[in-house]
Ligand binder design. Structure first.
Ligand SMILES: NC(=O)c1ccc[n+]([C@@H]2O[C@H](COP(=O)([O-])OP(=O)(O)OC[C@H]3O[C@@H](n4cnc5c(N)ncnc54)[C@H](OP(=O)(O)O)[C@@H]3O)[C@@H](O)[C@H]2O)c1
Length: 325
């Protein structure tokens, strides 16, 4: 099979197509013929050598989410059969014509969605569900702020929080991105290049912040949080160090938390998939959540896809199409 391999740590051009053996599904796994694979920022970090795959994941093939058809089932798999259309979360190996996945980490391709649209879901939906709704415990009627509103994570967080009945604020780096976030349901999106989000939102305050920026956003996020507010980190693209006033945390009884999805156990991801299937999947066909596919590239053009992601020129998701010939 053809697979996109990280030949050495470095720039997008280190991503090259190589021939690899088709993997065999072990007990509890599915072999999936991949039709589309989503691109995520953690893939870029892996390509640069900054985010090694967890034990057991393919060492040099990136790709955390796929959609395709089940080719074969390992021993003990009852829920799926050959020919089923699934999308799946995986710890690596998605940029390839075939991938093996834990059968419990699969969900059906939503009715009426293309494989490319379905491949844009697992990594962001699982991450947002866990961090915003499980860790952040966002409640209907509360106020939510997501930074990077036009990112794959951002467009997912905006739509799920809105569908959950929250007031939603976002930040993004251009007016066009801000309008896109508002069209997706954000009550207000602030252009962080021309506006200070902490000043703009301080009169309202927020209950939950989902932050991927860190750095100087840390004290600003904490200043905005209402009593009993929650700050959830999923990355720190501007810097992992930040200063804040501990008294704010005590006086407002704030919770600071965060997580990384990829290294979590297979059992944890299985439980998360079950919750996502119960709470999110029913909303995928009713207009409350739509795919935001910015563009697709052929598998062989994965380097171009990474270059686009690093330019931050996209709004929503970038997906690789894998040939079905
Ligand atoms: N912890 C986890 O389990 C987990 C899982 C998946 C992803 N993540 C993280 O979540 C983030 C988003 O991932 P993705 O795949 O959706 O990536 P992505 O689409 O490339 O998004 C990155 C976004 O960051 C925005 N950004 C950069 N600097 C900003 C700033 N100062 N203020 C506000 N926005 C800013 C960029 O938009 P502008 O052009 O507007 O700057 C861009 O939209 C990444 O940091 C990724 O590592 C974490």
């Amino acid at each position: 099979m053809k697979a996109v391999v990280i030949t050495e740590p470095g720039a997008p051009k280190v991503l090259q197509v190589q021939e690899r053996a088709i993997p065999a599904p072990e007990a509890g796994q599915l072999l999936v013929r991949v039709h589309a694979a989503g691109i995520n920022r953690p893939d870029v970090a892996q390509r640069k050598g900054n985010y090694p795959p967890p034990v057991g994941a393919p060492i040099d093939i990136p790709g955390l989410e796929i959609a395709g058809t089940v080719e074969a089932c390992g021993e003990g798999v009852e829920r799926w059969k050959a020919g089923d259309a699934v999308c799946a979360l995986l710890p690596g190996g998605g940029y390839a014509e075939y991938a093996v996945v834990d059968a419990r980490h699969c969900l059906p391709v939503p009715q009426g969605w293309s494989f490319e649209e379905a491949a844009s879901l697992p990594e962001t939906v699982f991450t947002v569900w866990h961090n915003v709704f499980q860790r952040g415990a966002l409640q209907p009627g509360e106020t939510f702020l997501v930074h990077g509103g036009s990112s794959g994570i951002g467009i997912t967080a905006i739509q799920l929080a809105k569908a959950w009945g929250a007031t939603v604020y976002a930040t993004a780096g251009t007016e066009e991105k801000c309008r896109a976030c508002e069209e997706l349901g954000a009550n207000r999106c602030l252009n962080y290049k021309t506006q200070d989000f902490a000043e703009e939102l301080k009169a309202d305050g927020v209950d939950v912040v989902l932050d991927m920026i860190g750095g100087e956003y840390i004290p600003k996020n904490l200043s905005l949080l209402k009593p009993d507010g929650r700050l959830v980190f999923i990355n720190a693209m501007q810097g992992a160090q930040g200063q804040f006033d501990v008294r704010q945390v005590m006086q407002k009884r704030l919770i600071i938390t965060g997580s990384t999805l990829r290294p979590r156990s297979a059992d944890f991801k299985a439980a998360l998939a079950a919750e996502v299937g119960q709470h999110v999947w029913p909303n995928l066909g009713n207009g409350k959540f739509k795919p935001v596919l910015y563009t697709t590239f052929d598998l062989a053009d994965a380097a171009q896809a990474h270059a686009l992601m690093e330019s931050s020129g996209h709004i929503g998701k970038i997906v690789l199409k894998v040939s079905r010939d």
